[in-house]
Design a protein around this ligand. Structure first.
Ligand SMILES: [Zn+2]
Length: 331
């Protein structure tokens, strides 16, 4: 190999390393700096958001249909990539788990990967909040528009909403959730492996068991990825009801380390973003909306009672006036 070729290879390796470093240098500790290298992180329609009941618009025609979510599969590659633990789907396109339905305008979205955001204490963790409530864990199942694109990377090229992320919250209970064991065992395994090292799932996983019992109640809004490059091409589907895992299973998340910094990965959640006039649709009658309705009904009945009291008092006044008039007339 002559010297020029050798020099070219060395320069190429340096440039590639620099590119990887630039791509991965963002941290959760300094989120304001994200938009320096990724302009879209300061765009208008960012995620996550607080789902405030006062901002909700009821749309009870919204439905999500799940395909292949009930098929046991070990076709996942698990990686600790320093910001989360990620399970990439590596199976064929026939058996790929998909979501569709009116919530996605009838288009089919295929699963690319899922990953988690968690707190180092249970009072933090989730990225989204429902009426200011924070959950200890939030799982993101990232899908791409499979009707129009062959791959996730192709779908990302478009500015349109060609990505759909299904967000599921997890609460912590005393008893372990046996359906979560396949995941928590792999997370335990990742505690001893280096960042960016991947392992294949050996046991079979049934995604449907990770969903909450009630899958009809969810929120939909237009937002972004919650990590750089923060592109705003995501349809968010946020489940209202949480699922649950055991305390021992939660502890395994806390022990996953980013080997570059030597620190635990936990508290890997982005700060809340402004809604900026977006609407959040709700597939069900939210309790706060019901309360508002009840309050309105209450106002109506209070007004009716007031009217009756005023009417009765007026009649008493009138009778008293007539009686007194008669009394003075006879006098
Ligand atoms: Zn995420």
């Amino acid at each position: 190999m002559n010297n020029k070729v050798m020099q070219f290879i060395i320069i190429l390796i340096i440039l590639l390393n620099r590119k990887v470093d630039t791509f991965q240098k963002w941290t959760y500790d300094d989120q304001k700096a994200w938009s320096i290298d990724n302009k879209e992180c300061s765009d208008h329609y960012q995620s996550p958001i607080n789902i405030n009941p006062n901002d909700l618009i009821l749309n009870d025609s919204l439905k999500i249909e799940f395909h292949n979510y009930n098929q046991p599969s070990s076709n996942y590659r698990v990686t600790n990539h320093g910001h989360s633990v990620q399970f990439d789907y590596i199976g064929d396109s026939i058996m790929v788990p998909m979501i569709t339905g009116s919530a996605l305008n009838g288009k089919e979205f295929a699963l690319q990967q899922f990953h988690f955001h968690w707190g180092l204490e249970p009072k933090f963790g989730s990225e989204h909040r429902i009426d200011d409530h924070i959950y200890p864990i939030e799982m993101h199942l990232v899908h791409y528009n499979h009707d129009e694109y062959q791959s996730f990377s192709q779908a990302l090229q478009s500015r349109n909403e060609n990505v759909a992320v299904l967000a599921i919250f997890f609460d912590i209970q005393n008893k372990n959730n046996p359906d979560f064991d396949v995941i928590s065992e792999k997370i335990q395994h990742l505690q001893t492996t280096h960042t960016n090292y991947s392992i294949d799932l050996q046991d079979r996983l049934i995604l449907q068991f990770l969903l909450p019992k009630n899958i009809r109640n969810f929120y939909r809004y237009h937002g972004s990825f919650t990590t750089p490059p923060c592109t705003t091409n995501v349809t968010w589907l946020v489940m209202n009801q949480p699922n649950e895992i055991g305390f021992i299973q939660y502890e395994k998340f806390k022990n996953v380390i980013d080997h570059k910094s030597g620190k635990p990965i936990g508290n890997n959640y982005r700060q809340l973003q402004q809604l900026n006039g977006r609407k959040i649709e709700c597939s069900f009658q939210h309790h706060q909306q019901q309360q508002n309705n009840n309050n309105n009904n209450g106002d109506h009945s209070n007004k009716s009672i007031s009217m009756i009291i005023i009417l009765v008092l007026s009649i008493i006044d009138l009778l008293a006036f007539l009686t007194l008039s008669k009394f003075y007339m006879f006098k």
